[in-house]
Design a protein around this ligand. Structure first.
Ligand code: OFO
Length: 166
């Protein structure tokens, strides 16, 4: 049985995963209307789906452990970007926020001696290592490319190969 404290903390994480899904959906849409960023758009559509899966996994766990998962109210995310570089910077910043939140949850689960939740959260710890790494690699590539149009062409062409399979 989940304590009220853990249930609330997990529901906050549900909201953060939902907000991630929303934020990446906005990035996908923005990329979708830019010339030549079709694969970047596809990358973020898939990333958005993946965040929804993270949210659902949390909801199912909360319910399974005798809690109640709340469907969160979401604010509109940022929907336009100065350019591809600033969008990917936001992507990395967002993943770092999520990692911090997961770490705080792990810490809370230990403090509350909720070992089942602690164990469940390990999947998210590994996931965040991967997601932060992917976002960093993509930001490094964009840094290297700078304003080079052919570099950007290749970035878009190859981005789907960098996606980890769920
Ligand atoms: Fe849910 O993994 Fe990214 O944010």
């Amino acid at each position: 049985m989940l304590s009220k404290t853990i249930q609330e903390a997990l529901n906050n994480q549900v909201k953060l995963e939902a907000a991630s899904s929303h934020a990446y959906l906005a990035m996908a849409n923005w990329a979708d209307i830019q010339p030549g960023l079709d694969n970047v758009a596809e990358y973020f559509f898939q990333q958005s789906d993946e965040e929804r899966v993270h949210m659902l996994k949390l909801m199912r766990f909360i319910n399974e452990r005798g809690g109640f998962a709340f469907v969160p109210t979401l604010e509109q995310p940022i929907i336009t970007f100065k350019g591809i570089k600033s969008m990917f910077e936001d992507f990395l910043k967002h993943e770092i926020v999520v990692s911090i939140s997961i770490n705080e949850l792990v810490d809370l689960a230990l403090k509350e001696k909720d070992y089942a939740t602690h164990n469940f959260l390990q999947w998210y710890v590994s996931e965040q290592i991967e997601e932060e790494k992917s976002a960093r690699v993509l930001n490094d590539k964009l840094e290297m490319i700078g304003e080079d149009k052919s570099g950007l062409y290749l970035f878009d062409r190859d981005i789907m190969m960098t996606r980890q399979r769920p």
